[in-house]
Design a protein around this ligand. Structure first.
Ligand code: SDX
Length: 392
């Protein structure tokens, strides 16, 4: 503080806005979207219903949901020139970098999505990205696999179509497994919004300059990519696989996580707000058991994860710092059982978070919030005269 400005690194104690979208109580481990508990929504709603709820504030009637889905389907084709952008990437490109690029590139093919000043214009931009984003997600996976960049089937549900676009093999149809559909639907609901997290704050601040929705979302995807944020779900699997390769000695990694001189962190543990169990982690952990059981998948990684969780919950270092498993700790185990590659896990997080980002962007624009521009405390050199290069 210098009397005028107080510095709050990481904005740990700074509120950036008032919002009516998501409520979470970190002490009690409560998460609600527009007042509905995440537990009820995960059980009783589907992802498109929850997307509508987050964006427009109310659970949709059947007619409203059908219209929303119809408008989205009408926008579910991506300009063929986008394939040329995907072709330019090496197969080794990280899918989050591809997705962020393609999302921003959509602006070039949909220029009317930039200057949105009426709710009607916003709605058009919203259904455009809700229709095209799943295509970009699927194409990002198939690019890696050298598979045709196909479309799915608009006669099935939103999540079913995502699975078809991702996994349909040439010359044969893709058989939808209700266990997989239900698991993905639940995962996307659980990831759909989380108030002012790093990537959502990024979408809001980029959008506050009145950059277009797609450019703002692209910035959010880049923020989510980081291993301290959405990238943690990929880092968790890499950590668990490393522990498995190393003989499954979880105690060794617990010690590394507590060693200040060791940069290793227990990925998937800890949270800026939750100082109790992340309610999403509880649901995902149970779903992991159900999905792997129903798919008949035996994954030693799940046992290592459970062993690590048990140890951490009994370890003073973690208990004192209120470090519990977060949303990223178990999600990757389900994605893996669904044959989603590890470096696509954060892309799946982005697919889930899309409606939350959209809802928060729309709220910021409707509230006519000012451009985000924080202050600083200057600690650099005091005024000094220029020195010619031969004097330096
Ligand atoms: C998400 O914000 C959101 O809502 C995000 C998210 C969403 O839905 O949008 O919930 C999704 O990003 C979940 C978090 C995924 N990230 C990880 O799992 C990465 C591992 N977690 C940590 O990096 C960390 O816990 C954060 C980033 C999640 C939170 O960091 P903070 O709040 O800045 O806490 P901190 O780094 O200041 O840590 C406090 C203490 C420190 O020890 P001391 O210096 O006090 O002795 O706890 C320690 C840290 O060293 N610590 C950990 C740890 N996390 C914190 N020690 C070991 N392993 C960890 N995972």
């Amino acid at each position: 503080t210098n009397g005028v400005v107080t510095i709050d690194p990481g904005y740990k104690n700074t509120g950036s806005c008032e919002s009516a979208i998501t409520f979470l109580d970190g002490e009690k481990g409560i998460l609600r979207y527009r007042g509905y508990s995440i537990e009820e929504l995960a059980e009783k709603a589907n992802f498109l219903e929850v997307a509508y709820l987050l964006i427009f504030g109310e659970l949709p009637t059947q007619a409203q949901l059908d219209k929303f889905h119809g408008d989205i389907k009408a926008q579910s084709v991506v300009d063929e020139d986008v394939r040329k952008i995907i072709d330019a990437f090496p197969k080794s490109a990280h899918p989050m970098g591809v997705l962020a690029s393609l999302t921003s590139a959509l602006t070039a093919f949909n220029p009317s999505s930039v200057n949105v000043n009426s709710e009607e214009d916003m709605y058009k931009a919203i259904v455009k990205i809700m229709g095209k984003f799943p295509v970009l997600v699927a194409w990002t996976l198939r690019k890696k696999q050298g598979l045709p960049l196909d479309y799915g089937d608009n006669s099935v549900g939103y999540v079913e179509n995502v699975l078809k676009m991702m996994f349909k093999q040439p010359n044969c149809d893709y058989k939808l497994d209700p266990v997989v559909v239900d698991a993905l639907d639940k995962l996307l609901i659980l990831h759909a919004d989380h108030e002012q997290n790093c990537s959502t704050s990024t979408v809001r601040i980029v959008g506050s300059s009145h950059a277009g929705l797609f450019a703002s979302l692209s910035a959010g995807i880049s923020a989510l990519w980081g291993p301290l944020h959405g990238g943690a779900n990929q880092a968790v699997l890499e950590m668990l696989e490393g522990i498995k390769e190393d003989g499954g000695d979880t105690k060794k990694y617990m010690a590394k996580a507590k060693d200040k001189d060791d940069p290793f962190r227990l990925m998937g543990f800890g949270h800026r707000v939750y100082k109790n169990f992340d309610p999403r982690a509880k649901i995902i952990k149970k779903s992991a058991d159900d999905v792997l059981g129903n798919l008949g998948v035996q994954d030693p990684i799940l046992d290592i994860a459970k062993g690590l969780e048990k140890e951490a919950l009994e370890d003073a270092y973690f208990v004192d710092r209120k470090l519990y498993p977060n949303v990223d700790f178990y999600s990757g185990i389900i994605y893996r059982a669904m044959n989603i590659p590890t470096d696509m896990f954060t892309v799946m997080f982005a697919l889930g978070r899309l409606p939350g980002w959209i809802a928060q962007w729309r709220e910021m624009r409707l509230n006519k919030e000012p451009i985000g521009r924080p202050r600083q405390i200057y600690t650099g050199a005091t005024h000094r005269p220029f020195k010619a290069i031969d004097q330096r």
